[in-house]
Structures are given as structure tokens and as C-alpha cells.
Design a protein around this ligand. Sequence first.
Ligand code: FE
Ligand code: CA
Length: 522
Amino acid sequence: MADRTLTAFERMWLARTDRRAFLLGGLTLLGAGAFTRVQARPRWDESPFALGVASGDPADDGVVLWTRLVRDPLNGGGMPPAPVDVRWEVADDESMRRIVKHGRVTASAAWAHSVHVEVDGLEPGRVYWYRFHAGAATSPVGRTRTLPRRSDDVDRLRFAFVSCQHYEAGFFTAYRHLAAEDLDVVFHLGDYIYEGPGRDSQARKHHGLELATLEDYRNRYAQYRLDPDLQAAHAAFPWIVTPDDHEVDNNYAGAVSENNDPPDLFMRRRAAAYQAYYEHMPLRRRSVPRGPAIQLYRQFNYGKLASFFVLDTRQFRTDQPCGDGLKPQCPGMSDPRATLLGPAQERWLFDEVGRSNGQWNVLPQQVMMAKVDRMPGPDERFSMDQWSGYDACRTRLLEFFAARRPSNPIVLTGDIHSNWVNDLKVNFRDAAAAAVATEFVGTSIATGGDGVDQAPAMKDVLGENPFVKFQNSQRGYVSCSVTREAWHADYHVLDYVSRPGAPRKTRASFRVTNGRPGAERL
Ligand code: FE
Ligand code: CA
């Protein structure tokens, strides 16, 4: 349609990218000459390490070390266009006296002066400390840990999983508590940032407008990373991250944005969002985005104890088949072509889980897998953005669990800003059917604000969904302790996030016993 009216987002995006393209064009011309020389001895008025340090994507011989140099974090970073020489060190003591590895890397403007060092040659299953230097400035020290060898008998794994940290909705106090734990790794299941514009009368305020350009996304990550509690959690453990929708746009599916913007325009926005995600996360080279494509589904093995299959349920999904929101059962839900994973990721998942020798086979992913009817009474309503909107895709996976019987499948979920424990079944309507897997849904760090223990309407919902073992709508995170015999999950909650300093309470604990899918309350 020639005279189609532009959506509000299109108008905003076009207005802002035109200006940006003009500015970037000018910088490119200047950059061709004087600014391309590497700055080996940059000078700083203030530390360029204001965004802290992080590590992630551990292997049995190394890990990714991350930082990003900034001078003006909320306004494009404030760095000159020239690349900067950064030195890094890994030590086996906290005081950084016994350096076991060190090197140099160049931080370039093209990647927002972010640094991703893939260290190798380290010992398996060990704690290390690391830091960076740029000129005379030295970063804080971070602590990390390598994976055990895949063939190792590992007695115990401790980790936490987190999601949904809306900066405006509250303080990241949960991370302060998490950072004080003794963990091997942290999984982030998405909504690391939120894309909305700054709004008044919230606990805190986003800097800037709704995110559209690369610089917008960079500024938003920088604002979140200035948070001291989030920095402490990154500095304490390696993280394994996967995004959900708000890293790009609410409830997007593949090339389809929330407001059905033209796909080519949305894909440019997605490319900017994925680039900023990569720039701010401790990811390996395999995850360097190519335009609007990024490789994020991947596997990690904690010896023979646990294998993790991290999923990406946004990039390759088909559009929500019956529209968004809560809907009754509709024919599109059972369309076998409706997919959350896309064919390649689904094949990879079945192949790798099928041949896994992990005692626990864990799927850290984004959206709720259990088929929860959200409507009290005989009518049914299912969330179309979750696995329930993609029934055929979910059934293929649950039937695969039932038929192939991989050892102890566990699903870890974020997205809905509430805690749930669910038995997963091939047929959720059959109350007598055995579980084939167990789902732990973790609440948000901040999204939703202070929250309540359980909304009154939720009691009726639980009554209609007997495979749900627990529900709670406070803020917090889940920590898990895994041995060969049992999986133990602690649901930690805070009474408030609208102001800092809430103490942590363990609201509920659950156990899954080896060989017996389904959770048992302790
Ligand atoms: Fe969220
Ligand atoms: Ca109902």
C-alpha cells in the first residue's frame, strides 16, 4: 500500500536513524585518518571500568572475560574513535599475585570498546580471578570458574538462575544476596534490559527514549551495568546468558515486532539490539552477530553430572499463531509448523539430549512450558507467547522425553515475573498421567515491583492445573544444588524492591529425586 500510514515506531525510528547516519558518516570520514592508531597509553580522568567486569561461557580449559571501556556511559560511551590497548590478567589467587595467564587485546569503537577475551589453557573445575588494565587504570577484580572435564565425576553443582530486571520497577537487591552465595555459575534467562522509554514516578528511571538505534541499546545496557548489585553478581561468578524479548522488543517473534512494523525495518532494529547484547555479555566469538542473526543456543557440561542445553525461543519462532495475549484453545496452536525453536535448533536439541551422558539434562530457556489454564472456571485461556501457543512444538519435545527417556530432564524458565514449579506431562489434561520432566519457573529480579506472595485469583487457577506444585509472585531468584541423587531448588524472595536493602527469605524448597520426574515440596 503506497500511502500506508507509518506506525509511531517507524516515524520515530526513521527520524532518529537519519540523524544518526549523518553523524556516523562524518565520524567515518574523520576516522579514516588520525583516529585509527591504537592508543597504547590512554589517559583517563576517571576509571574507564565504570561498567565493571564479567565472565561467562565457561569451558573446561577457560572462560570469556568481559569489560567495556567508557567515559560517558549513558551517552554513547564517550570514547574517542581510536582503538585502545587493553591488558588482561588471570591469577589463581584473589590478590592477583600468582598470574597464570595474561595478554593484550584491542578495544575498538566498532564494538563500543567492549572486550571479550577467550582465555584458554586453564585447569578444569577451578576458581580463578581476573582483571584488566588500560593505560594507568586498573579494573576491579572478578572471580570466575572453569567447567570440570566432561568425563569427570562431579559430586555437586551449585548455581542460580535469574530473569527480568526492569530497572524502573525496582532495585536489584536480589543480586546482592546472590553475589554472597557460593555458586559455580549463574544462568540469565532473558529480559536483561527493557526497551521502553524513561517514565516518571517509578522506583528508578530509564535514561532515554524507547530503544531503536545501536547507540540507544548501548546506553541502556550501560545504565543497567552501572548498578552496583548487578556488577557484584557479574564479578562473583561466570554467567551463561540467553535473551528473551525485551532485549529487542516486547513479545517479538522472529521478524515480527510487537506492533507489526515492516519486517525489514524491524530486522535493522533487531540487528542493533543483538549487537549491543553481544557487546555487553561475556559471549564467545561464535556469538558475534551477523546482522540480525546471533548464535545463542549452545551446550555446557558439568562433568557427567549435568548437561545444559541453553535455548533461544525468540529468534527462530513463528508468529504467535492465534495472536498475542491470553486466548482460548484455537486451531493455530496445534499447527505443526508453529514453532518456538525453529527446525535447526529443535534438531540440535533432540540430537544432543538424545546422546547426552549427563545425569541431569537441563534446558535453561525463556517461556513457561507447562500448559497452564489461566482462566478460573470452565473456560480456558492460555498464554499465546509461551509454549502453550505452540502446542505441537511442545508435544514433540515432551513426547521425545517420554519415548527416549533422557536422564532427568529439567526445564528452567523466566519471563513471567513469578515463581512456579510444574510437573511436565505429554497430556496436561490427564491428572493421573506421570510427569516426564520438571519445570522450575523463576521470578523476576525487579520487573513487576514489590509483588505479592499469591494473588487471590491464583488459588482458583492452581486448583484447575493440578500439575502446578507452587506459585508465588514476589521478586527474587532460585538457587539449585545438584548431586547424582537429587536436585534441590530454593526459591528466594524479597518483600520489596521499590527501595534498597530488603532481606532475603527462602519461601519454598523443592526436590527432584534421580530417576523420578516431578517435584516434591520440602
Ligand atoms: Fe520480563
Ligand atoms: Ca479454566
